[in-house]
Ligand binder design. Structure first.
Ligand SMILES: O=c1[nH]c(=O)c2[nH]c(=O)[nH]c2[nH]1
Length: 296
């Protein structure tokens, strides 16, 4: 019986990189948070302190900045693929890379009805994401979005659930349904128009949320994943994490008022957390391509 090193990876987490495209007076901005993690022949580093295969995390950070200048940022998937392939093809003993990118949105500040050339405001909490895994010659892309807050003021019910001695929740045939959508979708290949695919998938998720008459957030989750898959053959599966942002009807009887589904108390916690994968039945699972590896 001995003790050995198990799966491992290392890199620089959350490099916050802002790139300005100044090629015309009408500037544009890319705001990325980039994390790189490398894998490979790293036993000696852990066992004996031999750093000959340890490309410093500081160099990984510098490479991200240098690539933004040399190649431009472009779509986050292309940026991550370029970075991952660079590390695996040039760093001694490194044959795997996981590059995570989160992109924050900036919109032009309107001035006299026109978007300003070089002044911007943040679009909000929502982020576009990608997780690119390079595994030898293979590349896997899982993209998505985070913190897209949506709400339906009607068209949502919740009833028919089991009741026991601890149940207090009243059944409802008309409630607010609100969530902050986190979605990740796995691409079947990398020959994709990333920007267009992202915009179309985001639109189909939102459209399904809006148009599904919901009997539970679980039903909305499936409808959203199904809509994305049906309209996007390039996808193998969609994973959704939907916090149920509860809105409780306020009892206004204390001042003799009837509350006709108009005034709610929006609670921030606790929240129901509804999560699930919607997938094609003919596509194999590929867990290594996901954001968080099972081994960590
Ligand atoms: O859409 C819902 N799904 C649930 O599983 C659940 N549980 C709960 O208390 N409220 C809700 N709402």
């Amino acid at each position: 019986m001995g003790i050995v090193m198990g799966p491992n990876q290392y890199g620089k987490a959350e490099v916050h990189l802002v790139a300005v495209d100044r090629s015309t007076p009408r500037h544009s901005i890319k705001d990325l948070t980039v994390s790189s993690a490398l894998r490979g022949d790293l036993d000696a580093a852990h066992l004996t302190g031999d750093n000959s295969n340890v490309l410093p995390t500081d160099t990984q950070k510098n490479t991200a900045f240098a690539f933004a200048k040399k190649h431009g940022v472009g779509e986050i998937e292309d940026f991550a693929l370029r970075l991952g392939r660079h590390f695996t093809s040039t760093a001694e003993g490194i044959d795997g890379a996981r590059i995570l990118v989160e992109e924050a949105g900036w919109q032009r500040i309107p001035v006299d009805g026109e978007g300003h050339d070089h002044s911007f405001s943040r679009t909000g909490e929502e982020k576009r994401t990608t997780a690119v895994t390079i595994d030898g010659d293979r590349a896997h892309v899982v993209s998505g979005l985070k913190d897209l807050v949506v709400l339906k003021s009607t068209g949502s019910e919740f009833w028919g659930y089991p009741k026991d001695e601890y149940t207090t929740l009243p059944e409802t045939d008309d409630r607010i349904l609100a969530t902050a959508v986190s979605a990740r979708w796995r691409y079947r290949h990398t020959d994709v128009d990333w920007g267009k695919s992202f915009e179309d998938i985001r639109a189909s998720l939102m459209q399904a949320f809006a148009t599904t008459h919901s009997l539970a957030l679980q039903q909305s989750l499936y409808a959203m994943g199904k809509a994305a898959l049906e309209s996007h053959p390039e996808l193998a599966e969609v994973r959704l994490s939907l916090p149920n942002k509860h809105h409780f009807l306020v009892d206004l009887s204390y001042c003799g008022l009837e509350n006709d589904n108009e005034v709610f108390y929006a609670a921030d916690r606790p929240y129901g957390l509804i999560e699930g994968t919607v997938k094609r039945d003919d596509v194999e699972d590929e867990p290594m391509a996901w954001y968080t590896t099972p081994e960590f």
